[in-house]
Write a protein that binds this ligand. Structure first.
Ligand code: XLS
Ligand code: CA
Ligand code: CA
Length: 437
């Protein structure tokens, strides 16, 4: 069988002095960082949709990228060639995982039964390629946002018949994710939101989304799928407002509909930016509430107001993200999925390697720096000291719910003005700069 990426062999670790653009300078899979190898800490995944189905289109023009594996008028032949190309890429890059939407891997037909047959055929091939290469599925998902039937949403559609179609699609996507041994399953509410409130019954839509996810939990239990469910926040785009706005909104939603114990978050860096947060804010919020699950690793462009899905290269972002991940105990079922696409002018297959190598090296550096920050306890000590009043008998009493407003007023009247302390932000930022070299 011919290669789709000829001229590129397995990417090796050559160390920080290497000038070879097709080598890792920092990601050394077997190297231990703390008590785990980099491979086990980072759990890198390649996403199927951008990397193999994306051809460089943007809101102003169609694709610019021509791929050899698209060279057939038979959509199933394209699907098969693309899958083979993908597994060649995963193996050469040396990642352990991949992620897909149902419609990325197999084309939709005119009716659901034929669509499902096509999916089964490709899933059969994926199963054998996973076995041959050892590459595993980090998570699967269903595309409930591209087809015109979903223009007004899937689970939040005004029509119960569209809701039913979405349910059938998710049922199948969960089944094939289980068949492929997926470690997780993602729900991203692509068009679960609204374009105008003039035609929207918000309460009903939210209730329907809650029902839909509860039905997914019931089906998960029915088929014995052990993978982790994730919800992926995003504030807007394609709709004006999406109900899964940010981690905070998703958490409140999960609580209201009795779903907290069944879900964790899949946090995407650029969705955090679009919500007006930092990437680390979203991770920290999820970690603080015990629902940090997985990461879609990418970055946005602060000067462009849309979801540019660029590859992550910012060392501060990668470091602070890994700092939060390490502090929260590391990935369990999740990992770092490159939900990122090469730019429209990066038209050659080799650009896919450059993009992923850069992202993997950036996160490897972030991991090593973050591990040092954790081991040194520099920031941990500062935080502990800043809150030390809460570790006194006085503070503990309040935390345990044993104090009243009356008592606190009496204490304050007796003891007068409380002491204040410096937040030392500038000093701490300087210390962080010393770590990031
Ligand atoms: C789109 C989302 C999507 C999800 C999976 O913005 O990032 O790709 O990750 O449906
Ligand atoms: Ca994503
Ligand atoms: Ca995105």
């Amino acid at each position: 069988m011919s290669e789709f990426f000829p001229g590129v062999s397995r990417i090796q670790y050559e160390g920080p002095d290497s000038k070879n653009p097709l080598a890792f300078k920092h990601y050394n899979a077997d190297e231990k960082v703390g008590n785990k190898t980099m491979r086990d800490h980072l759990r890198f995944a390649v996403c199927y949709w951008h990397t193999f189905k994306g051809l460089g289109s943007d809101p102003f023009g169609p694709g610019t990228i021509i791929r050899e594996y698209n060279n057939s008028s038979d959509p199933m032949a394209v699907a098969e060639m693309t899958l083979r190309a993908a597994f060649e890429f995963f193996s050469k890059l040396g990642v352990g995982f991949w992620c897909f939407h149902d419609r990325d891997i197999a084309p939709e037909a005119d009716d659901l039964a034929t669509t499902n047959e096509r999916l089964d055929k490709i899933v059969g091939l994926a199963k054998s390629l996973q076995k041959q290469t050892g590459v595993k599925l980090l998570w699967g998902t269903a595309n409930l946002f591209s087809h015109r039937r979903y223009m007004a949403g899937a689970a939040t559609n005004p029509s119960p018949y569209v809701f039913a179609h979405a349910a059938a699609q998710v049922k199948k996507a969960m089944t094939v994710t289980k068949e492929l041994g997926g470690a997780g399953y993602v729900f991203w509410g692509g068009r679960e939101g609204y374009d105008t409130l003039l035609n929207t019954d918000m309460k009903r839509e939210l209730d329907h989304l809650g029902r839909f996810l509860n039905m997914a939990v019931e089906y998960k239990q029915k088929i014995g799928f052990k993978g982790q469910f994730y919800i992926e926040p995003k504030p807007k785009e394609p709709t004006k407002h999406q109900y899964d706005f940010d981690a905070g909104a998703c958490y409140a939603f999960l609580q209201k509909y009795g779903l907290v114990e069944h879900f964790k978050m899949n946090i995407e860096a650029n969705h955090a930016t679009l919500a007006g947060h930092t990437f680390q804010h979203e991770l920290e919020f999820a970690a603080a509430n015990g629902i940090l699950g997985s990461i879609d690793a990418n970055r946005g462009d602060l000067l462009l107001g849309w979801d540019t899905d660029q590859f992550p290269t910012d060392l501060y972002d990668c470091t602070m993200a890994m700092y939060t991940v390490l502090k929260s105990g590391g990935f369990k079922t999740g990992g770092l999925n490159f939900d990122a696409k090469v730019r429209r002018q990066s038209i050659e297959p080799v650009d896919l390697f450059h993009a992923h190598i850069g992202g993997m090296d950036a996160f490897a550096r972030g991991l090593k720096i973050a591990q040092k920050m954790v081991a040194d306890k520099t920031f941990e000590k500062v935080v502990k000291e800043r809150y030390q009043g809460w570790d006194t008998l006085f503070g503990r009493k309040i935390e345990r719910g044993k104090a009243t407003f009356d008592e606190l007023e009496a204490y304050t009247l007796k003891n007068g003005e409380p002491a204040v302390q410096s937040g030392r932000q500038e000093m701490l930022e300087n210390i962080l700069n010393e770590y990031i070299r």
